[in-house]
Ligand binder design. Structure first.
Ligand SMILES: Cc1ncc(COP(=O)(O)O)c(C=O)c1O
Length: 329
């Protein structure tokens, strides 16, 4: 439930605000912060007392260029006026420009994009593509993963949110993420992640009914505890997938678009996934209420060997088209 512990002399205590918040809002998995955010600018949010608060949440991990970047704000306004929400069968120039731009920066082979609204939706689409392409349905992910709160994405999410909703999708499996800080497998005093991976896949093979479709992974597990996959792990994981005819889906919601210093985290390892999903950082300084301005491109999943990018968090493709040059600067 909504709570506030602010003193009554603070404007953050506004009783009417909190009464209406308590009465009309639902917050899953936690409480609201006891303050009223009046505006957000650059790296700061400002509460009702005018206090500047350094936004380490980066607007739910999305405000890559800071809040209210003037160039992005201008394009949002321009598109809201002149080219907002279209039927998904209609194309506009910003959509094709964005897909071309994404293909230009993505690892080689990831040529075609499907543009959606949220990270969960991007993973949902990626998992469905993998099932359609392989004709199979089993999906494996890490036991510390977070891929979103919609059906298929939530079935592949193990770090939270599994209890109380009934069965996950049939064929959902998990393996432990390699954790060098507290290794479970050691050889000569060193973390032996390869032995852990071999053992994990041995267990998957025993549980599988022969229908392994995909592995979905974050290159750096975020919500599950900031676990950086050891160098070499992604290549070994891709090999495990290839041996079984599974697709490798990499979820770069939090690591993509320059956040690790490379355009995509998987480039550190030189591993190209079959499907790359992007969202939060791609939105750059996304306003959730504007995500409905998105455009969608539909690709035919059966042509998947060319590789696919599935992207959420776009406030209209024109916005992102503008954000790329700003990001590069
Ligand atoms: C790695 C990762 N994937 C997917 C998602 C889901 O994104 P969204 O909240 O936009 O659905 C998140 C959200 O935190 C995430 O951290």
């Amino acid at each position: 439930m909504t709570t506030t512990t602010t003193t009554t002399s603070s404007r953050n205590a506004d009783p009417d605000f909190w009464q209406r918040a308590r009465r009309h809002l639902i917050r899953y998995g936690g409480t609201f912060e006891p303050m009223i955010i009046e505006r957000a600018q650059g790296s700061f949010v400002y509460d009702a007392d005018g206090r500047a608060i350094l936004d380490f949440t980066s607007g739910q991990m999305s405000a890559l260029l800071g809040h209210g970047h003037p160039e992005i704000a201008a394009v949002v306004a321009e598109h809201a006026r002149s080219l907002d929400h279209l039927f998904s069968g209609m194309l506009s120039r910003p959509v094709v420009d964005l897909a071309t731009r994404l293909a230009g920066v993505a690892p080689a082979g990831l040529e075609r994009a499907m543009l959606l609204s949220t990270g969960a939706e991007a993973n949902e689409a990626a998992i469905k593509m993998a099932k359609l392409y392989t004709g199979k349905y089993e999906v494996v992910s890490f036991a510390q993963s977070w891929h979103g709160m919609t059906g298929g994405a939530a079935s592949a999410t193990y770090s939270a949110g599994r209890k109380g909703y009934g069965p996950a999708a049939v064929g959902s499996f998990a393996i432990p993420a390699p954790y060098p800080y507290r290794p479970r497998f050691e050889r000569d005093g060193r973390f032996d992640w390869q032995a852990e991976l071999d053992y994990a896949f041995d267990l998957i093979d025993r549980q599988s009914s022969g229908n392994l479709a995909a592995f979905i992974a974050e290159p750096i597990l975020s919500s599950g505890g900031l676990i950086d996959l050891p160098l070499g792990y992604l290549a070994a994981l891709k090999a495990k997938c290839s041996e079984r005819g599974m697709l490798l889906i990499l979820d770069e919601a939090q690591t993509g678009v320059g956040r690790t210093g490379l355009m995509f985290a998987c480039q550190r390892d030189g591993v190209v996934p079959d499907i790359l999903t992007l969202s939060k950082t791609l939105g750059v300084d996304d306003r959730p209420e504007l995500t409905r301005c998105d455009h969608s491109i539909l690709t035919h999943p059966c042509r998947l060997p060319e590789g696919a990018l599935v992207c959420g968090y776009l406030c209209g493709s024109g916005v992102l088209g503008r954000s790329f040059p700003a990001l590069r600067r």
